[in-house]
Design a binder for this molecule. Sequence first.
Ligand code: CTP
Ligand code: ZN
Length: 149
Amino acid sequence: MKQLAVSAIRNGTVIDQIDSKSTFIVSEILKLHEEEQEVLVGINLSSKKLKKKGIIKIAGKILTKEEVNKIALIAPDATLNIIKDYEVQKKIKVELTGAIKEIVKCFNPNCVSNHQIVHHQFEVVCKQPVKLRCHYCERIMTGKDIRLI
Ligand code: CTP
Ligand code: ZN
């Protein structure tokens, strides 16, 4: 059996193929320090697909759609592995789905969403490279404009 750089988990989710430098940002936005169960993190691991990859293993966790959307914004190449009884049950490439609510702030300083208490909301115009349209002012934001709340 091949040697794992980060120990296997019994049940939970492994976020793999994270661009190494984004690994701690993913951990931060998912608030993984607040999890009850173990979270294992590896960075600068060698990978066939990426130069250096990061990996996050979260015991006992099934990610919500909102959490997957957050990962897709920060680490679009990441793969989710659902682990049950030590076996990989499912491999899912992260992708943006549905409306993006309360994750991203509009970059237009005059947008109503930056002045009134309304829900920040965007429609996905393009998944990769990511393009989001503000529900209120209809401005399109691309990767470099996207600021997480
Ligand atoms: N993994 C884990 N605990 C397990 C099973 C798998 O932490 N009980 C992790 C592995 O370390 C790996 C990921 O889940 O990072 C996917 O496992 P697997 O499909 O076995 O690995 P690879 O074949 O290397 O995956 P890929 O083809 O996606 O690179
Ligand atoms: Zn706007």
